[in-house]
Ligand binder design. Structure first.
Ligand SMILES: [Zn+2]
Length: 379
């Protein structure tokens, strides 16, 4: 095990070269050409690491990339994405630079360094001739925009796997993620009756006023102590101050820690009532990602990872987050899922995004040893 660390340390410069190459190829989810350029580089890297690589063509998003590395008897899915939230050109504002042991750059923490870590982990097992599970890596291109084109693919790969390792960044300080809230968006559309606000106020039924009452009602559905949140983030409606508004809309973000909370919230949204009977309400949307709950399967995988980390000299903490990932889908299927196995660092979706350079080789060695452990291999 210790030799894995030695090997990964000796590969630090190759690791960094891969990270920088991926970061330089900026890949915002909504720019297919740019994402595919990054995908080209990724395909070559996976190919060089000995994977059987396939591009999964997409019309409007970048092509997803799948690579398979032979092994067994168990099968592990390593899951991540190479789209980022940053537009092309962001790298001018956030140039790749090292400062105080931190490597900065757009997408470096979420989650291009993770890709290089996973590649090094697989190479480390190969070089040391150590048994490894059959590994499928799935690097997707639309995680930052809800995973509409990758979800079915992720779920079918997960169903075939004994465990899913999600390479999303770790929590600041290096802990992994054993809980994520489910996330969704509800849209309220209110249809009222327009009228002249001064001449015929009684003939009108204001969609804006009704929406305001509805927002107060949905605010009450939140339960901060349980971690259930409701946020009317965007509202619109009406045309002019002197017109009673015919329509109004709100987009509402919801988060819930358990399936039961999510189901309850869903039901409450569907049952929303208007106070003015002349007004109609339309509720659409719902939960897009189910919660990643700390099921016994998740807990077992975490405890195994903690033992592996301990053998490599570190305490591996665990924690939860309000943000979702593609691990939410795999955990909801009942497949043991451990999330947050990517690098330590900070600043996802923020200008100070960075990874801690000194942490990277350890992460790769840890992932290698964990793969071996899941396969039932020697420690
Ligand atoms: Zn991410």
């Amino acid at each position: 095990m210790i030799e894995l660390i030695g090997y990964c340390k000796s590969e630090s410069s190759a690791l960094r070269r891969d990270i920088e190459a991926l970061v330089r190829l900026e890949s915002p989810s909504d720019d297919k050409a740019a994402v595919d350029r990054c995908g080209d580089a990724l395909v070559s890297m996976l190919d060089a690491a000995g994977g059987r690589v396939a591009r999964l063509p997409q019309e409007n998003r970048g092509d997803h990339v799948r690579a398979e590395f032979p092994g067994g008897p168990r099968r592990v899915l390593i899951l991540g994405h190479f789209d980022t939230v940053w537009p092309v050109g962001q790298i001018e504002r956030m140039p790749i630079r090292e400062e105080d042991g931190r490597l900065h750059g757009p997408g470096v923490y979420d989650m291009k360094a993770s890709i290089a870590i996973a590649l090094l982990a697989v190479r480390a097992l190969e070089v040391h001739g150590q048994a490894r599970p059959r590994i499928v890596m799935l690097w997707t291109t639309d995680e930052e925009v809800g995973s509409a084109t990758s979800r079915a693919l992720i779920e079918s790969e997960a169903r075939e796997s004994d465990a899913v390792l999600v390479a999303e960044p770790s929590l600041p300080g290096g802990a992994c993620k054993t809980q994520r809230k489910g996330c969704g968006e509800f849209n309220l559309k209110v249809h009222g009756i327009s009228a002249h606000a001064g001449i015929d106020p009684r003939l009108g039924a204001s969609a804006v006023h009704e929406l305001a009452r509805l927002i107060l009602a949905v605010e009450k559905l939140a339960d901060p102590d349980r971690g259930v949140s409701v946020n009317a983030g965007v509202i619109s409606g009406g045309t002019r101050p002197n017109v009673i508004a015919e329509t109004a809309e709100a987009a509402i973000d919801v988060r819930a820690p358990t399936m039961a909370d999510a189901a309850r919230l869903d039901e409450q949204f569907r049952k929303l009532q208007v106070t003015d009977p002349r007004v109609k309400i339309e509720v659409t949307g719902g939960f897009e990602r189910p919660p990643l709950e700390r099921t016994p399967g998740v807990a077992r995988l975490y405890l195994q990872a903690r033992d592996v980390a301990r053998a490599l000299g570190r305490d591996l903490g665990e924690g939860g987050t309000g943000g979702g990932s593609d691990g939410n889908f795999t955990a909801a299927l009942g497949v043991p899922t451990l999330d947050g196995l990517g690098p330590d660092g900070a600043g996802a979706h923020a200008l100070h995004e960075h990874v801690l350079l000194a942490d990277l080789p350890w992460r790769a060695a840890f992932m290698a040893a964990l793969l071996q452990g899941i396969n039932g291999g020697a420690e």
